[in-house]
Design a protein around this ligand. Structure first.
Ligand code: SAH
Length: 434
């Protein structure tokens, strides 16, 4: 989501005559888009901004701004850590960045000027811009379909930094996807904090299908768009209609990233995640049933307050039972202003670290096993870019979101091929074009 927001701000700046440069050392303005989900992300951003502000003398240093969730979360308090910071732009004000930068550039002489813009924007649609003019150098694109989150997970800062749920219309999203397809995009990833709850309480169900399913069906009809993905869904809105889409919607990729957070009902309850372990396992089983090629990944938090060894064992066994092939495993991070901060029995750092390691090694084992099963098989890939390593190597992804490295020509980026897999690591498949 941050990548998508950054893309949008970059485009708006270019439209105003600014140029995006590849090296921060020659930039006149450096904007950091930030995340507040864990403390570590905030510390990193503050460190980076501090470094930029100190790196040169006051008159020649770039204008430095902090945007996004940390800006929204901390506002003017950021000046306590970064007294020379020039610009603080919250999540509802991205579209005004060029205006703020203009006015900072026009500052007269040495008069210091700071801009802090974090209040909510009137007119909820204002920041949900479509993508029609952004430059495209990649065959896959992110499409934001909603903003904000109305859930109240007790650990999570996102509802505070991103505000209430606001939805774009189906028509405007489909129009954007159609335009992207006309410009050569083959794959879209629909984005939202609770993406499958898109339109709830605002758009109607039709033939018992949720607005999200209606949206998927409409996007599927677009010529040239071969693949649809979405992230992140929530178990509470993963009904039969959505599960069935994996049978009926050809462009919907057989890969689901479904955050589980914990395998213990007691912890799920403390987290205010309104589903049970049983319900989660049932969704996972049904997804594998509708399409045996389905791959599943998840988010897990270890060391949530009061998580006992027994709770952790339940998470571990659910992790094995679902057989996740990819996962983001997080150590619980205290976020000021969230309910979990005041819960009892916070888990010591070493225990979090140890639980983290246990799940990481389980993940490595499970993903290697499932990748090894792919050896000798054929997959369709969409070629995305040059591989990070290796001359003449390209990287594409299978429908189930596995990276495949193969020998190819740069002009193949954006095309789709079948490859045969010859070897595998836990994270990557290697193959040959056939
Ligand atoms: N809205 C999305 C996730 C947003 S944040 C959803 O509910 O799925 C991405 C992930 O960060 C979450 O799924 C969670 O696993 C993790 N996360 C959020 N808050 C956290 C915290 N305080 N400590 C550790 N991990 C956290």
């Amino acid at each position: 989501m941050n990548e998508r927001d950054s893309e949008d701000v970059a485009y708006k700046l270019k439209e105003k005559g600014y140029e995006i440069v590849s090296d921060e050392k020659i930039a006149d303005v450096v904007l950091l888009n930030t995340c507040s989900v864990r403390e570590q992300a905030e510390l990193k951003a503050i460190g980076k901004a501090g470094h930029l502000l100190r790196s040169q003398n006051k008159n020649t240093r770039p204008i430095v701004g902090v945007m996004g969730c940390m800006a929204q979360n901390r506002g003017a308090d950021l000046f306590d850590h970064l007294p020379d910071l020039d610009l603080v732009v919250g999540t509802q004000k991205f579209h005004r960045v060029p205006q703020y930068v203009d006015s900072l550039i026009d500052r007269v002489g040495d008069i210091p000027k700071r801009i802090v813009a974090i209040e909510d924007e009137e007119g909820s649609e204002s920041e949900i811009k479509d993508h029609l003019d952004t430059e495209i150098d990649n065959p896959t694109a992110f499409v934001s379909i909603m903003q904000g989150c109305n859930m109240n997970c007790s650990f999570c800062i996102v509802p505070k930094t991103r505000g209430k749920e606001r939805y774009r219309t189906i028509e405007s999203i489909v129009e954007e996807c159609r335009e992207l397809a006309d410009r050569g995009i083959r794959e879209v990833t629909l984005l939202g904090q609770i993406v499958n709850a898109y339109g709830r309480g605002s758009l109607r169900k039709i033939n018992n299908k949720t607005p999200f399913v209606q949206l998927l069906e409409s996007i599927d009809k677009i010529d040239g768009l071969e693949r649809i993905r979405f992230t992140s869904p929530h178990p509470i809105s993963f009904g039969e209609d959505l599960i069935n889409c994996y049978k009926t919607i050809p462009s919907l990729c057989e890969y689901v990233h479904l955050p589980m957070q914990s395998g213990s009902d007691r912890i799920l309850k403390l987290m205010n995640r309104p589903y049970s372990r049983q319900r989660y396992l049932e969704i996972a089983m049904k997804l594998r049933e509708v399409n045996p090629k389905m791959r599943l990944s998840t988010d897990i938090i270890v060391g949530f307050p009061d998580e006992t060894e027994n709770d952790f064992e339940l998470t571990k066994s659910a992790f094995e039972e679902v057989n996740f092939e990819m996962a983001f495993i997080f150590k619980y991070s205290e976020r000021k202003g969230t309910p979990a901060v005041s819960f009892n029995n916070h888990v010591p750092r070493e225990v979090k670290e140890q639980r983290n390691q246990v799940l990481l090694s389980l993940l490595e084992k499970q993903s290697l096993k499932s990748n090894n099963l792919s050896i000798g098989k054929r997959f369709q890939i969409l070629v995305e870019s040059k591989a990070k390593r290796g001359v003449g190597k390209l990287m594409g992804r299978t429908r189930c979101n596995r990276k495949v490295i193969y020998d190819g020509e740069n002009c193949e980026i954006g095309q789709m091929f079948n490859v045969q897999i010859s070897s595998a690591t836990p994270t990557t498949l290697f193959g040959e074009k056939i």
